[in-house]
Design a protein around this ligand. Structure first.
Ligand code: PMV
Length: 321
């Protein structure tokens, strides 16, 4: 019988610090456990990387879609790269299937979940038992192929499945959440390119280094205040920090008007705070919402033509992890 391994990874959501994490500010991110990517890898006789069914169905859309040719080529490239790194002398080949409910290219960690799934299943098939940092290193190499030079926050959260904070170049830290976070997300219907958004921010930094440094300092202070607000469960304070983070992201030019509008609508409907999440230029906005106002905020976002609108709860951390 052919060996087979399967692994399910969650989505991730950046609460604070996207973009500025690349320049030294902390990023805070949480797993979204209701959205997942399941990667299944089979050992086959024909050497090399082979693709089976690759499909994704966003949580709010029951109809699975198949990946486009370009996305399949990228998936094959990632699998080939993983094989070269992990099993360069393998005489057998590997057949990959993936099914995801994480919207692709919307800043919720779809590529990190895929990279982690490929890395974990490949090691398991080969009966290798790497430590967490080796897995993270390999997953990061795959993320680099997709995003250029990512900070590492995405695959760290996806791999650990826990809320984390990260400063580039330092070990990730568990982000203590004393209170669950009730969130409502909506997109404006289009994905965003992380590469393009990161390049845009880098160009701004080049053009106005002093102004940019002052934005990074502000993001740094917001990140530290966010870690404290999560630890004490002060959700009103955290909401205000999300609002301020959105203002910083507007200043670096990654907030499209339609997402800005959804952020405003969520606040008006009673959110404690709202911002875009992830690289921007498309993708999702997220609102921190008291549980009793979730339906109201959801309805306001749907009425404002928000797409893929959904709510989720990030559980409080137990302190045992
Ligand atoms: O790929 P996304 O949308 O989750 O963006 C990642 C966050 C950035 O800070 C923009 C890039 C990075 O590497 O941290």
């Amino acid at each position: 019988m052919q060996a087979i391994q399967s692994y399910e990874s969650p989505a991730k959501l950046i609460l604070l610090g996207e973009h500025f994490v690349i320049f030294g500010a902390p990023a805070l991110a949480v797993p979204l456990l209701d959205l997942t990517t399941r990667v299944t890898l089979r050992q086959v006789n024909a050497p090399g990387a082979h693709l089976g069914e690759l499909s994704w169905a966003p949580a709010t859309d029951p109809h699975p879609r198949h990946l486009e040719a370009k996305q399949r080529r990228q998936a094959r490239g990632l699998l080939e790269h993983a094989i070269t790194r992990v099993a360069p002398n393998s005489t057998s080949g590997f057949l990959l299937e993936a099914h995801s409910s994480i919207p692709l290219g919307y800043g919720l960690g779809s590529s990190a979940a895929f990279a982690v799934g490929v890395t974990v299943t490949l090691h398991a098939l080969l009966n290798l038992h790497p430590d967490a940092s080796t897995l993270s290193h390999h997953a990061h190499a795959l993320e680099k192929m997709v995003h250029g030079n990512p900070s590492g926050i995405d695959e760290a959260v996806v791999l650990k499945g826990l809320p984390l904070s990260l400063r580039k170049g330092e070990a990730t830290k568990l982000l203590k959440l004393s209170s669950p976070l009730s969130l409502v997300l909506a997109s404006a219907g289009s994905p965003g390119s992380t590469r393009e958004a990161v390049a845009r921010v880098a160009a701004l930094r080049e053009h106005a280094p002093e102004r940019f440094a002052s934005l990074v300092a502000k993001a740094d202070a917001l990140g530290e205040a966010g870690i404290a607000a999560c630890a004490t469960g002060n959700l009103c304070a955290l909401g205000a920090l999300l609002d301020r983070a959105h203002a910083l992201l507007q200043k670096v030019g990654v907030c499209p008007p339609r997402l800005d509008d959804l952020v405003q609508k969520a606040r008006q409907a009673g959110a404690l705070g709202a911002k875009i999440t992830g690289a921007g230029l498309g993708g999702f906005m997220v609102a921190l919402v008291p549980p009793e106002r979730v339906e109201r905020v959801r309805a306001a976002l749907v009425a404002s033509e928000g797409e893929l609108v959904f709510s989720t709860v990030v559980p409080a951390t137990t302190g045992k992890t």
